[in-house]
Ligand binder design. Structure first.
Ligand code: GDP
Ligand code: IMO
Ligand code: MG
Length: 427
């Protein structure tokens, strides 16, 4: 299986880091590649009880045998990149080789400044971004005033590009947002400071990955963010500014769709969301708090608590469709050990009508009320189960029911954060 995509099927934080790490260590993966987003991601990997978090780096950075790649579709803050690398090195971690695309766009300090002031201006309509400058960096890319990694190696080009990027932006900052203008020279200096350290890592990552696939090597594309945060297919405008869906992988890596063999959607056995926006199965009661507490639902990047709710099979079917999922990896089943009865949203009621598929308009989605089916809990600690047959009967029924409802087979089930706390259902 040379090319595998792992992506988020809900609103993020499904356990993509764990799924990636598991595949990277068990399936002899040669390359682990990030293709969209930036250091807004927070992926947790637990190895031998030791917890690591990656943000901009692919989780493969912890698997020395595999090469980590930051491809063209990612927005790269050089400051965040080296902070993360140094942080892992200081913990004595042996790091994998890292390659960075010459075409990836750069996040400079002004992108984070603009992210924060524009959120302030949105007032109660704010998106709840991570404040890392992701949206403004992608806006510059689409507006054709972005700075790319390759520009860091040509000072005069870099200066011209930053002048162009800051021209309109400074008018906005000073005249609309009442902030000080950003000085071109300060940004040139900020970015040039990283050029020497970055240069040996930079290459044509599309060529690298296509050559690898031609040679029969295995490539794992590690998704960040998630389907429901996709700028086209998510709950716009409460989304991120990139395309975390499977199609975005091809654009973000320069690899054609015909080369992808498996598309794995990572999905929690319940649902969480950080930031603003609609969330039909969200709970505002004791069960919501219990999911948050038992699930440890606190953001890895921003420390914000995650909103919690029951599993939403409409979202799962939608993710299956827009990504062409070949399978799901179901995580955090163990968190549901503590319930007698587990609701699963099987459809919505929208303005008095039953709806089985994602509603077409945002207004309808805002009005969607979950229709629940109820499953018997198992009330047993499943964290030590290693085969499907080890699971209590009611947990088996729950997993099989989700598989029926969600539009793709469940390849694996997570029963704890550790690499080994995994059940492979369909190898
Ligand atoms: P990502 O952004 O999709 O990589 O997910 P995060 O790392 O932000 O959040 C997932 C959290 O769930 C992390 O704390 C993981 O260690 C944890 N986790 C992943 N899979 C499981 C699982 O099967 N059971 C439990 N209990 N925790 C899990
Ligand atoms: P991982 O990869 C959960 C959310 C933010 C906000 C919206 C836009 O760990 O699953 P942005 O800073 O991207 O412009 O914020 O998207 N968001 C995430 N939520 N997990 C993530 O990444 C996220 N990355 C962005 O909370 O609602
Ligand atoms: Mg996360």
């Amino acid at each position: 299986m040379p090319a595998i995509v792992v992506l988020g099927a809900q609103w993020g934080d499904e356990g993509k880091g764990k799924a990636t790490d598991l595949l990277a260590t068990t399936d002899q993966i040669d390359f682990v590649v990030r293709t969209s987003g930036g250091h807004n991601a927070g992926h947790t990997i637990v190895i031998n009880g030791e917890k690591y978090a990656t943000h901009l780096l692919p989780s493969g950075i912890l698997t020395p045998g595999a090469t980590s790649v930051i491809a063209n579709g990612v927005v790269v803050s050089p400051e965040a990149l080296f902070r993360e690398l140094d942080g892992l090195s200081e913990r004595g971690v042996e790091l994998a080789e890292l390659k960075v695309s010459a075409n990836a766009h750069v996040i400079a300090s002004y992108h984070a400044t603009i992210d924060k002031v524009s959120e302030r201006f949105l007032g109660k309509n704010l998106i709840g971004t991570t404040g890392r400058g992701i949206g403004p960096a992608y806006a510059d890319k689409v507006n054709r005033v972005g700075v790319r990694i390759a520009d860091l190696f040509d000072e005069s080009i870099l200066r011209q590009k930053i002048e162009a990027a800051l021209d309109v932006r400074n008018h906005l900052l000073t005249k609309v947002y009442n902030r000080r203008a950003i000085e071109v020279e300060a940004i040139v200096e900020e970015l040039l400071a990283y050029a020497d350290r970055l240069e040996p890592m930079v290459c044509d990552t599309s060529l690298l990955l296509n050559n690898a696939l031609d040679a029969g090597r295995t490539v794992l594309f590690e998704g960040a963010q998630a389907t429901m945060l996709d700028v086209d297919h998510g709950t716009y405008p409460f989304v991120t500014s990139s395309n975390p869906v499977a199609g975005g992988v091809c654009v973000g890596a320069g690899v054609g769709p015909t080369r992808i063999d498996r598309v794995i959607g990572v999905i929690k056995a319940y649902t969480t969301r950080v930031g603003s926006g609609p969330f039909p199965t969200e709970l505002f009661d004791a069960d919501g708090l219990k999911l948050q507490e038992l699930g440890g639902e606190i953001g890895v990047s921003t420390g914000r608590t995650r909103r919690c709710g029951w599993y939403d099979a409409v979202v799962a079917r939608y993710a299956s469709r827009v990504n062409g999922l070949t399978e799901f990896f179901l995580t955090k089943l163990d968190i549901l050990d503590a319930w007698d009865r587990i609701p699963v949203c099987v459809a919505y009621e929208v303005d008095g009508q039953r709806v089985d598929e994602m509603p077409m308009t945002q207004t309808e989605f805002h009005h969607a009320k979950p229709i629940y089916d109820y499953f018997e809990g198992w009330r047993t600690d499943i964290s030590g189960c290693r085969t499907f047959e080890d699971l209590p009967k009611n947990a088996q029924i729950y997993v099989k029911a989700l598989e029926e409802l969600s539009g793709a087979k469940i390849w694996g089930v997570g029963v704890g954060p550790g690499r080994e706390q995994t059940i492979v259902v369909h190898p």
